[in-house]
Design a binder for this molecule. Structure first.
Ligand code: ATP
Length: 461
């Protein structure tokens, strides 16, 4: 390239960025790759897994906008092509020193319980994963789910943390049966959100509820109500499907502060909701609480549940797991990019499958839009009708599985049919341009404008 007066700007010579890494048993290769770049990883020899998902030999896996790790139990050789923001190899002299060993031991215990449960045609283990924010809860929930799937079990995994979505957009609570492999390349590590296009990894169909806030504390009443709905959906599925019943449930919980002061009550509520007390079916209680992190938190949970039993008379087991030193403090920019990528992928697909969303221009009057009201403990009403305005530009709305004639209470507790994106609002002409994954009339279903995920992208720009 030449700029007048400046002469030639040196262009960095292209160098091959392909390298190989050898890992010994129980070692991990940890990496972070920014959303702008991509990294292609192949397992050349041995065996390796990402969050419990086994990577096929010589298959090219592309990662972008993620921070994660590849772990080997028997040793492997990896080929890595592309540039990482950072990477390192975690070496352990003894496999027991890697907290991942306790993950596999926990899985073995759950697996034994599933064998017994399936034989006796009763419920398999119901596990809740808790820990401080950013301690590896989701990674553990994914790993346990994946190990169960690899053994042919069909667990129901629940995301009770609205900050990140599971098979859905952030701001939602969801549950899904995992009967097939997860997608290791997916930005959120679970898999793509269900869309209309073909997929190399079988698509999961989650039950999704719209919470619309980043943290469970922001509207506790709504959070409690939706967790109750989610528990009801899970319970219904357990009662009607024997295979799922024997496999059990894994709940990825919300962050709890190290001293148990923040998040403990809501966590106890999640446990209550998954209990027979509130449901017509019997014995759906959480019977294993996995606490990641400080001993103080483990003690707090052990004390709290020491004398409680499930309705089957089982004690509630509180299991402690060390936090891996690979889990670093949250990188806000990376998380924001990952949320953005998930929204983009929902509408446009990814490198493997391109989707063609529909753009519709509709009159203001043809849509029924509710906005999440600011939380007030004295005011139950959390939805208020809202006239379209330019403030809505670039926000994603949930399309609710309800009628526009339903009351706000019914609408807020309905499950989510899908999402639309507000591309443009013309206040003068009273027209709103909406992007939707499929064509169809929008006016029949109420839309909810939440507070999370926040808008930061112009999808059409
Ligand atoms: N051993 C590891 N090596 C490298 N990165 C890891 C490791 N374990 C987890 N991570 C990464 O650390 C990040 C945080 O982990 P994770 O999302 O599981 O924590 P969390 O407790 O669920 O967080 P939150 O409270 O925000 O939900 C993720 O990007 C995850 O992929």
């Amino acid at each position: 390239m030449s700029i007048p007066g400046l002469g030639q700007i040196p262009v960095q010579a292209a160098v091959s960025s392909t390298r190989t890494i050898s890992l010994r048993p129980a070692w991990e290769w940890r990496f972070q790759v920014s959303p702008g770049s991509s990294l292609v990883v192949k397992v050349l020899a041995g065996t390796a897994e990402k969050d419990g998902v086994e990577l096929a030999l010589r298959n090219a896996y592309t990662f972008s906008g993620v921070r994660s790790k590849i772990l080997t139990w028997h040793g492997c050789e990896l080929e890595i092509e592309g540039r990482c923001d950072s990477d390192s190899v975690a070496e352990y002299l003894n496999p027991i020193a890697n907290p991942a060993t306790s993950h596999i031991n926990l899985h073995a215990r759950l697996s034994d319980m599933r064998v017994d449960a399936t034989r006796q045609r009763r419920e398999g283990p119901r596990v809740l994963v808790v820990g401080p924010p950013n301690s590896g809860k989701t990674t553990l929930a994914k790993t346990l789910t994946s190990y169960a799937t690899r053994q042919g079990y069909q667990v129901i995994t629940v995301n009770a943390n609205p900050r990140d979505g599971m098979l859905s957009l952030p701001g939602t609570l969801s549950a899904s049966v995992f009967a097939t492999v997860m997608d290791p390349e997916a930005v959120d590590g679970w898999g793509s959100t269900p869309t209309s296009g073909p997929s190399t990894v079988p698509v999961k169909l989650p039950m999704v509820f719209h919470y619309g806030w980043e943290s469970a504390e922001e509207d506790e009443d709504l959070y409690r109500e939706l967790v109750g709905r989610l528990a009801g959906a899970v319970s219904a599925r357990l009662s009607e499907d024997e295979e799922v019943r024997g496999s059990g449930v894994i709940v990825d919980g919300i962050g709890v502060s190290g001293d148990g002061q923040i998040g403990m009550e809501l966590t106890a509520h999640v446990m209550d909701e998954f209990s027979s007390k509130s449901l017509p079916w019997n014995i759906r209680e959480i019977n294993i609480v996995v606490v990641i992190g400080p001993a103080s938190l483990h003690k707090e949970f052990s004390n709290r549940f020491a004398n409680e039993k499930t309705s089957l008379g089982e004690p509630i087991q509180v299991v402690s797991i060390d936090e891996s030193d690979g889990v670093l403090p949250r990188d806000e920019a990376l998380s924001q990019h990952s949320r953005e990528a998930i929204i983009k992928e929902y509408f446009f697909g990814d490198a493997k499958r391109t989707l063609s969303p529909q753009i519709q221009q509709v009159d203001f009057d043809s849509l029924v839009i509710y906005k999440l009201a600011d939380y007030s403990p004295d005011e139950k009403q959390s939805l208020v009708l809202e006239e379209p305005s330019s403030l809505m530009q670039h926000w994603t709305f949930a399309v609710m599985n309800a009628s526009v004639r339903d009351s706000p209470d019914v609408i807020r507790a309905a499950n989510v049919m899908g999402f639309v994106y507000v591309a443009d609002v013309d206040e003068d002409r009273r027209k709103i341009k909406i992007l939707a994954p499929v064509s169809g009339r929008l006016g029949d279903k109420p839309l909810i404008w939440g507070k999370w995920p926040e808008p930061y992208i112009n999808l059409l720009g």
